[in-house]
Design a protein around this ligand. Sequence first.
Ligand code: CTP
Ligand code: CA
Length: 225
Amino acid sequence: LARGGLAQDLAGRHVVISAGGTREPLDPVRFLGNRSSGKQGYALARSAAARGARVTLVAANAALPDPAGVDVVPVGTAVQLREAVLKAAADADAVVMAAAVADFRPETYAAGKIKKKDGQEPAPIALVRNPDILAEVAGDRRRPAQVVVGFAAETDDVLANGRAKLARKGCDLLVVNEVGERKTFGSEENEAVVLGADGSETPVPYGPKEALADTVWDLVAARLS
Ligand code: CTP
Ligand code: CA
């Protein structure tokens, strides 16, 4: 699996990556979802495998081919993603939460398709909070040396919001992207800043998602050794 000249600096390590976006069902045919393509998480999985890691990729609704040599665990909802991530994290050296996890899910699931009724306004959809998986993994490290990485897409005050989110989640690294109309979702390219709990700030210039993935693993590998 080695790429030309690339260090096997993750050999012997187990890394867990979540990718894609969760879907929260309303009824058998409808869901609340988001625009995450899964491309960044899959790039992280390919990069980690190329650097020698054993990789578990918890994939939420990503229509992408399984990366070679990677253990792919498909999930649908945030609750399913939590189960799969916590299970895989038990013996992981690093956990990277690249998935877009729905903050809320419909309070009730209708076993039959919701129908409209003549002359009636639609009922509002009641939502409840989903568990915060990143905060849970970071707050309950299965191994003291485990490195926990989050992602955040922000539209305003990107760095200030990123710093606050890093502290709130308790993770070691937070990859912060600025999102807008044409930026990030579904694209092949990304631009980001990786914030460290140690105060570090690593800018990643606009470029392929593979380059951002490699920078994330550089920072993780430095914290593992
Ligand atoms: N995340 C998570 N569980 C959730 C929500 C988010 O694990 N229920 C993770 C994401 O995978 C990501 C990080 O937390 O790595 C930041 O997600 P983001 O949506 O930016 O953070 P939130 O705390 O949900 O803040 P916001 O209100 O800005 O959406
Ligand atoms: Ca959120």
